[in-house]
Design a protein around this ligand. Structure first.
Ligand code: SF4
Length: 689
């Protein structure tokens, strides 16, 4: 189990990127050789091109010395400077003068330690992370329906056993290709795939049925599907009576969403809606999944609730081989939201405003519960408040690149630029790091050990496979270094640098919480190729399907939540007549800070583009490859045209892995999850120049 445990073909570990956390062997000598693992069910021998080329992260250009205002300095000088500035800012502005922003790619240990550092060392309430931009709407909706947010509450291999899978707003064929193996196995056995997406994506091309709604109307579509289920008498009444509450209000509210009305709003023909319902109703086992396309809206929580209501009416959640699931995106998107780097959470997926939760975690941390700060601002609200009167004056940023990934990115750049202190911990000079006062170079995935929790809720061990170059430190070492300087040696005692030590404390802090890791050990993860939480004791087998015997609500019943469709926050008009929607391409991951530095991936996808329908291109007089200027109320960007009949005539698409597109996006927030409306805003498109 030592970090260097030799296995055939290298060290058994996991991919640095997405939430599938594909298993891979990494062998390092003069070169890095990556081969897929067959023992990890999520990928079972498959990798996508991002995974195959991940070795270039270890051998390519990266930071190896701290930077202070662009100049290389030693660690003592860099950390001393940061600690002095934190002290000065907090002396003038109080504890909340300093903010922390984390990332959904950080290991569980780092996410845990970052939350603890913010609350115990900085004593600030101002901490959130980029996962707010990822799955917060699905998390909010599943918490209110099931009392628990676990992305897939079943093993991913269950998909192959389903008779039907509906995916709303997910494009796994590009974002996590090995996922598609499970769908292909389902279809090979006679199952049917339904995809809801405004574009004919690579995933939609594999579907038996594709529904192509106007961006921002998924909620209406889900209501229309449930209307048909009710009208046709296809509700699983026994299941609803035995395992749920609140259906009467939903049954009443969806009566107003008759298919013809929904067709007018969504553009999806009634016949296609009926066909989708027929497939779902005819399936013995069916699964409904949502992705960012349905979730990244100012009504994202209600949209997910509408799909959860549909799943409940069909009797799917909590039945083996069926269910509802959210397909999380970031590498540790699941674990990243469980251990306390979120503004309203403490470890174990506990609420920070719950007195019992505060008492439990404070006891583990050896502090007075009264000294723990309360909830802080959510991701975008935190960025928006930086440098303002009453907002934080300093920001410590770990594993995130908001200059590219945050909505209304031009405004975010202004806010970051107004800070008294910006500190970025990263392995490469990302766009955000390039504007930081201090950049701290960190170790990366295969240079350190730690645990990741994949999209199934399976806790995995990412083992160290290579020695880090001299000059870099792990985030755990950085946090200890800062804790030492700010709180003295005694204050740093709670900040060990050995990930296993941190994990053992995380287990105690999470014990009794929703995301209970108490029974999970590094040894068990290694022996069992991952352990599903909740796992309250070392002799507990873990919980692959947590809802089989009841939901995590006080009465064990799932809750229907009545929701209503509403238009996007920004509708098209004569000045901005087109919908803009954003998404991903196969070759890149998130803000592209890592993958844009990999030659093979860069060759495959060297730049952003504007995808538009041939009819729209003709209307605008645009030729393929011509540079276009896309303008929204918040900014403008330029990219070459990619003319493609796979998109609606009223919509343009841009990938978000490069700077530019998020200059355009709308930061309107979901009232429950505080998710920004990334997936739809109004734009106009012009020929550049
Ligand atoms: Fe697997 Fe995702 Fe890595 Fe691709 S990026 S190899 S799908 S974990």
């Amino acid at each position: 189990l030592s970090p260097q445990t030799p296995v055939k073909g290298g060290t058994a570990t996991h991919c640095p990127y997405c939430a599938l956390q594909c298993g891979m062997n990494v062998a390092v000598d003069e070169t890095v050789t990556i081969t897929p693992r067959h023992d990890v069910p999520a990928n079972a021998g498959g990798l996508c091109q991002k995974g195959w080329t991940a070795g270039e992260l270890l051998t390519g250009e990266r930071l190896t010395a701290p930077l202070l205002r662009g100049e290389k300095v030693g660690w003592d000088e860099a950390l001393g400077f940061v600690a002095d500035r934190i002290r000065a800012v907090q002396a003038e502005h109080g504890p909340d003068g300093v903010a922390v922003f984390g990332g959904g790619g950080l290991t569980n240990e780092k996410a845990y330690q970052l939350g603890k550092f913010a609350r115990v060392v900085l004593r600030t309430s101002q901490i959130d992370y980029n996962g707010r931009f990822c799955m917060s709407s699905a998390a909010a909706a599943t918490n209110r329906a099931f009392g628990m947010d676990r992305g897939l509450p079943f093993p991913i291999t269950d998909l192959a056993r389903a008779d039907a899978v509906l995916i709303a707003g997910g494009n796994m064929a590009e974002t996590m290709p090995p996922f598609v193996r499970h769908l292909a196995a389902m279809r090979a056995a006679g199952g049917r795939l339904i995809v809801i997406d405004p574009r004919v994506t690579a995933t939609a091309r594999q579907a038996d049925l594709h529904l192509q709604p106007t961006p921002g109307t998924d909620l209406a579509l889900a209501l229309g599907l449930l209307h048909i289920v009710v009208a046709e008498g296809d509700v699983d009444e026994d299941y609803v009576a035995a395992r749920t509450s609140g259906f009467d209000a939903v049954r009443t509210s969806v009566a107003a969403w008759w298919p013809e009305r929904v067709e007018r709003i969504t553009g999806v023909p009634v016949a296609r809606m009926r066909a989708a319902v027929a497939i779902l109703v005819g399936a013995n086992r069916a699964v409904i999944l949502t992705g960012r396309g349905a979730e990244q809206h100012a009504k994202g929580t209600d949209t997910v609730s509408a799909f959860v209501n549909l799943a409940l009416a069909l009797g799917l959640p909590g039945r083996e081989g069926s269910g509802y699931g959210c397909v999380t995106g970031q590498g540790n998107g699941q674990g990243g939201r469980e251990h306390g780097q979120k503004a309203d959470q403490l470890p174990g997926y506990r609420r920070i405003d719950d007195p019992a939760a505060r008492a439990h975690v404070a006891a583990v941390w050896g502090v007075d519960p009264g000294d723990l700060p309360g909830p802080g601002r959510s991701g975008y609200e935190l960025l928006d408040a930086l440098g303002t009167g009453g907002g934080p004056r300093a920001l410590l940023l770990f594993g995130s690149n908001p200059l590219v990934s945050a909505p209304r990115a031009g405004h975010v750049a202004e806010r970051l630029g107004s800070l008294d202190l910006l500190v970025v911990s990263d392995l490469v000079l990302s766009e955000t790091a390039a504007m930081a006062d201090v950049v701290l170079p960190t170790t990366q995935w295969a240079e350190e050990s730690g645990t990741m929790t994949n999209l199934e809720g399976r806790v995995l061990l990412r083992r160290q496979a290579a020695a880090p170059p001299s000059g870099v430190r792990s985030d755990l070492e950085i946090l200890r270094g800062l804790a030492t300087r700010l709180r003295g040696t005694a204050g740093a005692e709670g900040f060990p640098t050995d990930p296993r030590e941190v994990f053992d404390e995380l287990r105690r802090a999470s014990a009794g919480g929703t995301a209970d890791y108490a029974g999970i050990t590094y040894e068990r993860i290694a022996a069992e190729t991952g352990v599903f939480w909740p796992c309250p004791a070392e002799d507990h087998p873990g919980t692959p399907r947590p809802f089989l015997d009841g939901f995590a609500t006080p009465d064990g019943r799932a809750r229907f939540v009545p929701v209503e469709h509403r238009p996007p926050e920004e509708e098209v008009d004569p000045e901005y007549p087109l919908h803009l929607t954003t998404g991903r391409v196969l070759a890149h991951y998130q803000s592209g800070a890592q993958t844009r530095r990999i030659a093979t991936l860069n060759m495959a996808a060297p730049e952003a583009f504007v995808e538009l329908h041939p009819d729209l291109a003709e209307h605008l007089g645009v030729a393929p490859g011509e540079t276009l200027r896309v303008v929204s109320r918040r900014g403008a960007t330029e990219a070459p045209a990619r003319v493609n009949p796979a998109i609606r005539q009223d919509t343009v698409f841009m990938p978000f892995h490069w700077p530019g597109v998020n200059l355009l996006t709308n930061p309107a927030l979901d009232p429950v999850s505080r998710m920004p409306e990334f997936k739809v805003c109004a734009v106009r498109v012009e020929r550049a120049g």
